[in-house]
Design a protein around this ligand. Structure first.
Ligand code: AMP
Length: 280
């Protein structure tokens, strides 16, 4: 396994591997890897000749009052995990090489970036699409793997790829959870024992919503209510930012729930913002 810092070197490498006929799989991450990330790496390993993992905490996608500075980082640990999984290259660029002085180009998926997290994190998805487009141009992957954990992000990236005719397949992978249901996230490392116990109510809420739908309730308002009521039982809940029931493609809120729709939530457990979702 090789660690590459320089974007041009990474690009030269993957372009020459592609000329040899190698299929490149790509897993973009912000590091502090967990089983969720590793599941994407395993998918890529299965379906490609070469797997590239990027580790880059992208400042562009963090708001002013968000957790950029305290975002968990442990490159040595990440490196060991990638090596164990048989990753071929880690792309680990410096901020100054991704956004050199004078940088001024951005890409935005206008409609899908609105609503859900877009309403609470202005500029977030613009930061995500900009860095992912750059990473796609640097790594030149045939296949790129994203988790459904960040469901809106996945939809935004799929749209960008379609709208800009990018030569990459985007593959959405299932949410990996802890045995007790908590969706894995690098941000879970912020949680104390008590906060983590409270965070369990998020998935409990989603399950209650899905159960109600499966028992025949199609009124989206009623389904959202049971999700909210369940999450409100979390002792250390600070805020529910949203609980929405949306169409799986357009992400538009639905009045009548149908199979395949998504219930998506964002909550603050004390100072930690957590997101999760479930497919009906
Ligand atoms: P991040 O490092 O948080 O930016 O995540 C990098 C990639 O891993 C994104 O495509 C995420 O959706 C994905 N990911 C994060 N957590 C999970 C999870 N629990 N299950 C599946 N994929 C995940």
């Amino acid at each position: 396994m090789q660690v590459i810092n320089n974007p041009k070197q990474m690009q030269d490498l993957t372009l020459s591997l592609k000329k040899e006929g190698k299929r490149i799989g790509f897993v973009p991450t912000m590091g502090y890897l967990h089983e969720g990330h590793l599941s994407l790496i395993r998918c890529s390993k299965k379906e490609n000749d070469i797997t590239v993992v990027s580790i880059f905490v992208n400042p562009l996608q963090f708001g002013k009052n968000e957790d950029l500075d305290k975002y968990p980082r442990d490159f040595e640990r990440d490196k060991t995990l990638c090596q164990k999984e048989g990753v071929d290259f880690i792309f680990y660029p410096d901020y100054k090489d991704m956004y050199p002085e004078g940088y001024q180009t951005y890409v935005e998926v206008v409609e899908l970036s609105k609503g859900l997290c877009g309403d609470f994190r202005p500029g977030h998805f613009k930061g995500v699409t900009t860095v992912v487009l750059k990473l796609f141009n640097i790594v030149c992957p045939d296949n790129a793997y994203f988790g459904k954990k960040d469901y809106q992000q996945l939809k935004v990236i799929e749209r960008m790829v379609k709208d800009l005719n990018l030569p990459v397949n985007v593959i959405g992978c299932p949410i990996v959870r802890e045995p007790d249901g908590l969706a894995m996230s690098s941000r879970n490392s912020y949680l104390s024992k008590e906060e983590r116990d409270s965070a369990l109510f998020i998935y409990k809420g989603l399950i209650e919503g899905k159960k109600l739908f499966e028992s025949g309730e199609k009124n989206s308002k009623k389904i959202k209510e049971i999700v909210i009521d369940t999450i409100k039982k979390a002792p250390l809940l600070k805020e529910i930012q949203y609980v929405e029931l949306v169409d799986k493609s357009s992400l538009k809120p639905k009045e009548t729930a149908e199979k395949g729709d998504i219930i998506a939530v964002a909550v603050y457990i004390e100072n930690t913002r957590l997101i999760d979702n479930i497919e009906l």
